[in-house]
Design a protein around this ligand. Structure first.
Ligand code: DC
Length: 439
């Protein structure tokens, strides 16, 4: 589950978000710290923050890490920067470099990557609008400008008691300037998402705001409660069958998030569609030739598992339309981009159909690798062997933003290459002993 808390500084955002995360036992992500850490690097490398080109170049050597031990610590290229990123100078530079689209794209990718692996509270400026538009709960905090300036004043005095205190009007001016940067930048400006709940914190205590957010948190649903009964029944039976006879093992299910998605995998066996669908912990959809629906038991089974028939005469156009419709309804769709089952068990070059769908719908792509299905039921055998070992590995989502900057006519080629590599990487990860989360 993801909760986003956005808003300008001085609204109590960080304290509230940290406390909400602690009370819910979620991981807390302060995304401002990422922009600040990058700003620190810019200063450290002696780069002029106004030199956009140099700043963007520096992204390639920016390695950011968070240590989640008792005290949160931030590292840039192995150097701890936790304290140093909180200065006024860094605040101003962070706000300036955060207006550069390449910097934002880079941070958005990092943030989504962090968000994939755990229940989390993300605090920032564009969490609900851009980074996690499907977040389970979106909060936008505001406060009167005078209250915000006063809070910042107290914070600075507490943090740096030895420094000459700034006049409150000076703090107000700095806040105004950062607000201007944050709200007027052309890319992902600071604003509340249309479905965010706006809370004015001017006259509330931290505790009151935290309580309110916790009350608003949606109840977690078990994966079964979201499935229709017939799907759940066939899903559970098929899962039991594959666990019993084929020792089915699943990795990386946590990579799969809410919303539209294209699940793509290698295809070597009749077993691939059921293996992929039962490995996913929500309902998925796929298309199949109409003739398959005429096979007595199989027809009923695959219909129950959300298979949609494609007629032969108008196969291509009909299939494309159906796929686009399913994705626009936020469904998950399985596609085997090789087009047909591989006769050798090896990965074949992908056909462009799925990349066209990806381009058209901008759906997230989930690469998956299925191992053992070929041995269990190769394409040249009429019947499967009754025992074996099958594994399904889901990799990190491939987000549409990765391709957005490319020339239009090159996008599909890049999508295909990226997806083929992703599946090969999953195979490699499995061969190397399946340590940690799949890539
Ligand atoms: O929340 P903060 O003051 O630590 O953030 C520092 C700067 O980083 C802020 O001026 C704007 C930028 N920022 C952003 O643009 N998007 C985010 N999600 C978080 C911070």
């Amino acid at each position: 589950m993801i909760i986003t808390i956005d808003g300008p500084s001085g609204t109590g955002k960080s304290t509230v978000a940290r406390e909400v995360a602690a009370r819910l036992q979620f991981t807390f992500f302060d995304t401002g710290a990422m922009y600040r850490s990058f700003a620190w690097k810019i200063v450290h490398d002696g780069i002029d923050p106004a030199n956009q080109e140099k700043v963007i170049d520096a992204l390639s050597s920016f390695h950011f890490e968070i240590s989640f031990d008792q005290e949160r610590a931030y590292f840039v290229n192995d150097r701890e920067v936790t304290e140093e990123i909180r200065t006024r100078e860094i605040s101003m530079i962070a706000s300036q470099i955060a207006t550069y689209p390449e910097v934002r794209n880079h941070m958005v990718k990092l943030q989504r990557k962090f968000g994939r692996s755990c229940h989390a509270v993300f605090e920032g400026r564009d969490m609900g609008t851009i980074v996690f538009p499907d977040a389970d709960l979106k909060i936008f905090l505001t406060a009167k400008p005078t209250v915000r300036a006063e809070r910042r004043y107290k914070e600075l005095i507490n943090k740096y008691p030895d420094n000459e205190p700034l006049a409150i009007h000076q703090i107000q001016e700095e806040l105004n300037l950062r607000d201007k940067n944050d709200t007027t930048r052309s890319i992902s400006p600071l604003k509340a998402a249309p479905d965010a709940i706006v809370i004015d914190t001017s006259d509330s205590t931290i505790d009151e705001v935290v309580e309110k957010i916790i009350r608003l948190k949606p109840k977690t649903q078990s994966r079964f409660s979201t499935m229709k009964f017939i799907y759940w029944l066939v899903y559970s039976l098929a899962r039991g069958f594959f666990k019993l006879f084929y020792r089915l093992k699943i990795y990386g299910e946590k990579h799969i998030q809410k919303g539209a998605g294209l699940l793509i995998a290698n295809h070597t066996s009749f077993y691939d569609p059921p293996i992929l669908s039962i490995s996913c912990n929500e309902e998925v959809h796929f298309l199949a030739r109409e003739s398959l629906f005429k096979v007595p038991l199989l027809g009923k089974l695959i219909r129950a598992l959300n298979t949609h028939p494609v007629t032969r005469e108008s196969a291509d156009i009909n299939a494309l339309r159906q796929m686009i419709r399913l994705l626009s309804e936020d469904k998950k769709l399985i596609i085997f981009p090789e087009g047909a089952r591989s006769k050798t068990g090896k990965l074949h070059h992908f056909k462009p159909g799925f990349s066209f769908i990806a381009k058209k719908t901008k759906a997230t792509i989930y690469p998956a690798f299925i191992e053992g299905a070929y041995e269990a039921w190769p394409s040249n055998k009429k019947f499967p062997s009754l025992f074996g070992k099958v594994t399904c590995v889901f990799g990190s989502p491939i987000l549409w933003e990765e391709f957005e900057h490319l020339p239009k006519d090159e996008i599909e080629k890049h999508v295909i290459e990226r997806c083929m590599h992703a599946i090969e990487d999953l195979k490699l990860w499995l061969e190397k002993g399946a340590q940690g989360m799949p890539p």
